[in-house]
Unconditional design. Structure first.
Length: 354
């Protein structure tokens, strides 16, 4: 790319069986997907934007487990009713109801801000996919959303709001926005082992920086942890690997936002909560998430037309825009670059329309 060799880890081609979830969501949701149906929670509860990739990925995994439960004729609770925590629009029943006359055995409840009129009138993209998979949408006012789940500036918590009672006490699971929790660790550890194995064979002892877009920074954080552990083991075994570091490119907020997100997740999952233990982060300021720009579209077209790589326009193309703007340079010029293609291509059509 622009006369520099870049390795691209094609996680966009990775898919979970049955649910067909791909990309970094396949990594993050691997542990849930592998759970036996009898151990899978009866209700998954999450929150976020109405076109979230995590939303539709969770809906697909829960639908897969619901299908499995039906085949095994698991008992279900017909008296289930999701917890109501805010205002709802009485005209939105068509989006909230499961599109099936049969009671769901495994449910997915998703909280979001009240939908804009165009989405209420004509659902599209990930919202349409998720509701068709049985997601139960719970719309609340912006003030209620901020109260329960935090603002875009502060980010959300790994833990559920205390006021939000579980739909089925003892058999409900909370998955934060972006799957920013320990659920993601298993799949990311596998990614770390794949990278380390490849680099031990191909890297010739050279240092490598693994670059990826960051929303909550979940994959970057767990990847840094796992790669550090692998490198310690290889060092003790006197097995050359070459130094591997991780660099996250902020895509949702600026660098300080991404840092706060990773620090909170690090503490909540047994880490030190110290900034020096986090992955490196590219310096980004005054960035507006999801804002369509000509520069991002130019990057999308360059990667597609010249290299045959499709990028999503919320994470992938903005990340590459910043990479290209930096001249693909890092403080140590001898470091090789590996970019993790995280997928998220399902929303390209609606993104291109914007």
């Amino acid at each position: 790319v622009r006369d520099r060799c870049i390795y691209i880890k094609r996680d966009d081609l990775l898919r979970l069986p049955d649910s067909n979830v791909n990309g970094n969501k396949a990594r993050k949701l691997l542990s849930l997907s592998l759970l036996p149906v009898e151990d899978f929670p009866d209700v998954i509860v999450s929150y976020g934007g109405p076109q979230s990739n995590s939303m539709v990925a969770l809906a697909a995994v829960v639908k897969q487990k619901d299908d499995e439960a039906r085949r095994t004729q698991q008992p279900h609770n017909e008296n289930y009713e999701p917890e109501d925590i805010g205002e709802e629009d009485d005209n939105e029943d068509s989006l909230r109801d499961t599109p099936s006359n049969k009671p769901r055995l495994k449910r997915f409840v998703y909280y979001t801000k009240k939908l804009p009129r165009h989405l209420r009138d004509q659902p599209c993209g990930n919202l349409l996919r998720a509701t068709s998979l049985g997601m139960e949408l719970r719309q609340i006012s912006p003030d209620a959303y901020k109260h329960f789940f935090g603002s875009e500036v502060d980010g959300g918590s790994v833990f559920p709001p205390k006021e939000l009672l579980p739909p089925l006490p003892g058999n409900s699971a909370w998955v934060p926005q972006g799957v920013a929790c320990g659920v993601a660790n298993l799949g990311v550890c596998r990614l770390a082992h794949e990278i380390a194995s490849f680099w031990q064979q191909q890297g010739k002892g050279k240092p490598l920086v693994v670059v990826l877009p960051g929303g909550t920074g979940t994959v970057a954080l767990f990847l840094q942890r796992a790669l550090c552990e692998i490198q310690k083991i290889k060092s003790n075994q006197k097995s050359p690997l070459g130094h591997i570091s991780v660099c996250a490119i902020p895509c949702v907020g600026d660098t300080s936002y991404l840092c706060r997100q990773m620090l909170g997740l690090d503490l909540a999952t047994g880490g030190s909560g110290v900034e020096k233990d986090l992955p490196n982060m590219m310096e980004v300021v005054n960035q507006r998430f999801g804002e369509p720009t000509k520069e991002i579209l130019d990057t999308f077209n360059e990667m597609k037309n010249e290299h045959g790589v499709f990028l999503d326009l919320l994470y992938g193309a903005p990340a590459w825009t910043l990479l290209l703007r930096s001249g693909l340079a890092f403080p140590q010029d001898d470091r090789q670059i590996m970019y993790i293609h995280c997928g998220g291509l399902e929303g390209i059509s609606t993104q291109l329309t914007r």
